[in-house]
Design a protein around this ligand. Structure first.
Ligand code: ZN
Length: 197
């Protein structure tokens, strides 16, 4: 986190997986709390968990700034958004590649961010699915101001495609963490996104 902070990342995107909503298991609120002190950058917490409603408060207390959960989870979407907002945090709603945008569009008024997954959630290192771009374009058409985040397979090339479609928040995992020079990689990603917008 310190390395990425110094390299110029705008946000820290933290992928929480519960081994149930997705087959993989990562970390929960205690780890987020433990790393919160290493940066002042916003914590964008992506909950790939079945029951975000019951855990939203833990993540808020742990230091999340944006709490993003999946429309496909078991919790009631509206109730979970309201819970996050009541905790004084920004709410984000994520959709998997096969989920239509109707699932997020009805909540746009309350959301700070929509996360369009550009891979199937669950594991890092997957290839970008360009087939998800019409969803980004459609959401951008409906709302010119909301943050549209893309997550999965973002690199110096795919970021151009996503930016052109209307995305403005880009999650880069492998591209940045496996780079020998993350600062240079982030600068290239930012330039490519700006040039394509
Ligand atoms: Zn994520």
């Amino acid at each position: 986190i310190e390395r990425m902070d110094k390299a110029g990342a705008d946000y820290m995107h933290l992928d929480v997986m519960d081994g149930h909503f997705v087959p993989n298991l990562t970390f929960g609120a205690p780890v987020i709390k433990a790393v919160r002190k290493y940066t002042d950058k916003p914590f964008d917490v992506h909950l790939m968990i079945s029951n975000p409603l019951d855990y939203a408060e833990d993540f808020a207390k742990a230091g999340a700034d944006i709490i993003c959960f999946h429309s496909e989870c078991d919790s009631d979407t509206e109730e979970t958004i309201n819970k996050i907002l009541s905790l004084g945090k920004k709410a984000g709603l994520a959709i998997k590649p096969a989920t239509p945008i109707d699932e997020v569009v009805k909540y746009l008024d309350k959301l700070s961010m929509v996360l369009v997954m550009t891979v199937e959630p669950g594991f890092g290192g997957q290839s970008f699915m360009e087939s998800t771009m019409p969803k980004v374009e459609a959401i951008r058409k409906i709302n010119p101001d909301i943050d549209i985040e893309v997550d999965g397979g973002i690199n110096a090339e795919t970021i151009k495609i996503a930016a052109k479609a209307g995305a403005n928040v880009f999650v880069a995992g492998s591209a940045v963490f496996k780079s020998e020079n993350p600062a240079e990689t982030i600068a290239i990603l930012r330039k490519n996104a700006q040039d394509a917008q």
